[in-house]
Write a protein that binds this ligand. Structure first.
Ligand SMILES: [Zn+2]
Length: 458
């Protein structure tokens, strides 16, 4: 037979090992994995000599901004950045306008993705309207998302319809989601504590980005720790699978260890800003709001890497959150007026490959965190692995080449990155989504509409 593509000469890396092999693709699937040099007929041969072949990254937490905020990003620009970054599946967060908290709204957004996405995708529906939850769960979604953030006057898209802070309402949401079998992602946040902390900063006249950074990390991250404690207790009460977002404190790491040891159904993610950006105070002084997402005080860095290595943190997702310069600039004088969040989908795979090259994590664990574990956590049975029969979602990466991150190469609509100037070992050479190259030779080759909903099998 003649295969569509054969990738020759590379080293395949999975969550459990690495080996030299040639990989053949037929249609959308991996059709064969054979000893290097085995004669195979192919329409196209990709030479991966000296390179590593890994499953494409699966990002379960990304802000694509469409509909409603397309001046920041849209589905085409976000998924183009994914293609260039080795990301073959990206889940969109629901803080768009109108938010997908009803079946009608979700269906409209699904139509947009079917027409525009270059890579595979799903949409994390807002699980804030209990009567809509069963209907939303029937649309092939992989997760619900709820923010515990209640807007405190900032012009940031925490619009009505996506945030719930009332503990009773949160319990009702956990209870309603449980029979659907769909996991619930939550952004942990203690609004009452944050309100008090903010009042103190404002009373002292401290309002700039540095004050904002300190407020969110006050008392060793008390707003994160108390919210996580509530969420883990609600998980225990209801059995609803919980995916905890934004792991960044040692307090949350300790709670995760205890909950997992007790057999609770919880997964947790780390976002790249927690170990590459917001964990260095010098970045916050230099970049102000451009470095925030959140300040993650330096003493958390080593515990976070350890939690990534030992499985306490299950997976890496981006929290890709592009904002324009106009939306970031006010932070120099008022951090509460700047929009929170940092972009990363194009560069996080290279940054974590660099962490593998420099020995922070094994290459196998890195592949697990980026691809295999997210597929497993969200039921994507055919993704996140290099196996015969699996979707041919593949990134070919060069660990000997160096990438210099610059604003000029940013594909996100905003055209800037807080990681500009950073040099990392690990370049994405080629990205393949279900058998079709969507990025190669330094350019995006995918077409809008090729991406398909990555539906979980439950
Ligand atoms: Zn987010």
């Amino acid at each position: 037979m003649t295969y569509d593509i054969v990738i020759r000469g590379g080293t395949l890396v999975t969550a459990t090992g690495r080996f030299s092999a040639d990989l053949a693709i037929e249609g959308e699937r991996i059709a064969a994995i054979v000893t290097p040099g085995t004669p195979l007929d192919a329409v196209r041969v990709i030479d991966a000599t000296g390179k590593h072949v890994i499953p494409g990254a699966i990002d379960v937490h990304s802000h694509h901004r469409e509909p409603g905020y397309t001046h920041k990003e849209d589905i085409v620009s976000a998924t183009s950045a994914c293609a260039a970054g080795g990301v073959t599946t990206s889940f969109a967060m629901p803080n768009v306008q109108p938010p997908p908290n009803t079946v009608e709204r979700l269906d409209a957004i699904i139509d947009l993705y079917n027409a525009k996405a270059l890579v595979d995708w799903n949409i994390n529906a807002a699980g804030t309207v209990p009567e809509e939850i069963p209907g939303l769960a029937s649309r092939g979604i992989a997760a619900f998302k709820v923010f515990m953030v209640v807007d405190t006057g900032r012009d940031y898209p925490h619009m009505p319809g996506i945030g719930v802070h009332d503990h009773g309402k949160l319990l009702e949401i956990f209870e309603t989601i449980e029979p659907t079998g769909v996991p619930l992602m939550v952004h942990p946040h203690d609004q009452a504590l944050m309100g008090h902390i903010e009042e103190g900063f404002w009373a002292r006249g401290e309002r700039d980005a540095l004050a904002y950074a300190k407020a969110y990390s006050a008392h060793d991250g008390i707003i994160w720790d108390t919210a996580a404690a509530l969420l883990l207790r609600l998980q225990k009460a209801t059995g609803t699978p919980l995916h905890l977002l934004h792991t960044q404190t040692t307090g949350v790491i300790e709670q995760l260890r205890t909950a997992k040891a007790a057999g609770q159904h919880v997964t947790a993610e780390l976002n790249p800003w927690a170990v590459f950006l917001g964990n260095d105070w010098r970045n916050i002084e230099r970049l102000g709001s451009y470095a925030l997402s959140y300040y993650v005080p330096e003493k958390n860095t080593e515990p976070l890497w350890a939690a990534l290595a030992d499985g306490t943190i299950d997976l890496i997702s981006t929290d890709h959150a592009p904002h324009t310069r106009e939306e970031k600039e006010p932070g120099w004088t008022d951090g509460w007026k700047a929009h929170t969040g940092t972009p990363s989908t194009q560069f996080y795979v290279p940054m974590f490959l660099d962490a593998a090259v420099t020995g922070r994590l094994t290459l196998e664990r890195t592949v697990d965190l980026l691809a295999t574990a997210p597929a497993k956590a969200f039921g994507l049975a055919n993704k996140g692995k290099l196996e015969v029969g699996a979707d041919a979602d593949i990134a070919i990466v060069d660990l000997d080449a160096e990438l210099e991150i610059t604003d000029a190469i940013v594909l996100s609509k905003i055209g800037h990155t807080p990681y500009a100037g950073k040099r990392v070992r690990g370049v994405v050479d080629t990205t393949i989504v279900r058998g079709r190259p969507v990025y190669e030779n330094g350019g995006v080759t995918g077409t809008p509409g090729w991406g398909r909903q990555a539906r979980p099998s439950r």
